[in-house]
Design a protein around this ligand. Structure first.
Ligand code: KG4
Ligand code: ZN
Length: 325
């Protein structure tokens, strides 16, 4: 079994995964959404303190498995440096106490592997990652062959939902609350410009749309918010669909996946499904509970890394807020 720890942002999570079968035998996550909600976003120092309280509590519950654990895995990048450190410190302690090797897992690879929890992997795969920290398209050929072909030049898709919710005084995280509000609204009432429509560059941008929404919010009344939310969600999703459609002209998808916290968005899922129809491409999605940050996805990557002997010595392990991928 592999024990895995995730603390890259505002979720403290630990999982235990069986190496031979990929079976998830334990998974617990303590989310900090309520604590950060009053600030309209994640406060790194508060997040670090909450991880320091939550992670040891979850680890205690894993004690029955300790004898069978062959390696400890931990997210080391990308993420908030002060929160990553909390997971890494605990992982190092577990590594020493149980005398087992350490596996350093990339959080983005984790999101890709959220598709394969208790399953076999499927490659090659074109992946759209939409989370609070990232909006990118990756061509994934194997665990170690992941090429990013497009990313956001500024804000991410999920982050833009968080910022729009903050403007409307709706707390954090913004994704679920904006999606709910948008369902009741008129998607066509506000004619927000789709970002990067005229540039051929395969990239994403959400800061212009965010500013346009800010102006609309300032000029409107709370009863208009549902229409603003609907028009925003429509435009934010259209931007992804528009760029992917162009990319598919030269790179038709075979297997396509949407991962990351914002992949829970049902409107986006529906629009991507429509986009894939002419290609007969298979659409892979994670279970809703594994779209947002969790340790089960980190454990699933770790199982494959364990099998390939991809360990990191305690002296070498370090955290990185950003990572080239
Ligand atoms: O993957 P994740 O848990 O954390 C990061 O790695 O960033 O993603 C969290 C992000 C937040 O920005 C949240 O607002 C967004 O995912 N999100 C959504 C939805 N559910 C969560 N965005 C749009 N629609 C949703 N239903
Ligand atoms: Zn994430």
């Amino acid at each position: 079994m592999v024990l895995s720890i995730e603390s890259s942002c505002d979720d403290s999570a630990i999982a235990v995964t069986e190496i031979a079968t990929n079976k998830l035998v334990f998974h617990k996550k303590i989310s900090q959404e309520i604590e950060h909600s009053v600030y309209g976003g994640v406060v790194p120092e508060l997040a670090a303190r909450l991880h320091a309280e939550a992670l040891p509590k979850i680890l205690e519950q894993c004690e029955p498995y300790f004898k069978k654990i062959k390696a400890v895995a931990v997210t080391t990048s990308p993420g908030l440096a002060v929160t990553l450190i909390e997971g890494v410190t605990l992982a190092k302690a577990v590594s020493v106490a149980l005398d087992i090797p350490l596996i350093a897992v990339n959080h983005l690879t984790g999101h890709i592997y959220s598709l394969f929890i208790e399953k076999e992997t499927l490659f090659p795969l074109t992946v759209l990652l939409v989370s609070g920290g990232h909006t990118q398209v990756m061509e994934v050929r194997s665990l170690t062959d992941i090429a990013t072909v497009a990313k956001s030049m500024d804000d991410s898709f999920g982050e833009s939902f968080d910022k729009v919710a903050k403007m409307m005084g709706l707390g954090y995280p913004g994704g679920p609350v904006i999606e709910k509000l948008a369902k009741e609204g008129d998607r066509k009432r506000y004619d927000f410009t789709v970002p990067l429509l005229r540039t051929p560059k395969f990239a994403f941008s959400y800061s212009g749309l965010k500013n346009a929404v800010r102006l609309a919010v300032e000029k409107s009344e709370p009863q208009d918010y549902k229409d603003i939310a609907a028009s925003f969600e429509y435009t934010a999703s259209k931007h992804l669909v528009h760029k992917l459609k162009k990319y598919f002209q030269t790179n038709p998808p075979k297997n396509f996946a949407i991962v990351g916290g914002a992949s829970a968005n049902l409107y986006l899922r529906g629009e991507i499904k429509k986009l894939l129809q002419p290609y007969n491409a298979q659409l892979l999605l994670s279970d809703l509970e594994y779209c947002s940050d969790n340790a089960a996805m980190i454990g699933r990557v770790a199982v494959d890394m364990y099998k390939q002997g991809m360990f990191t010595s305690l002296e070498e392990v370090s955290v990185a807020a950003r990572v080239k991928m």
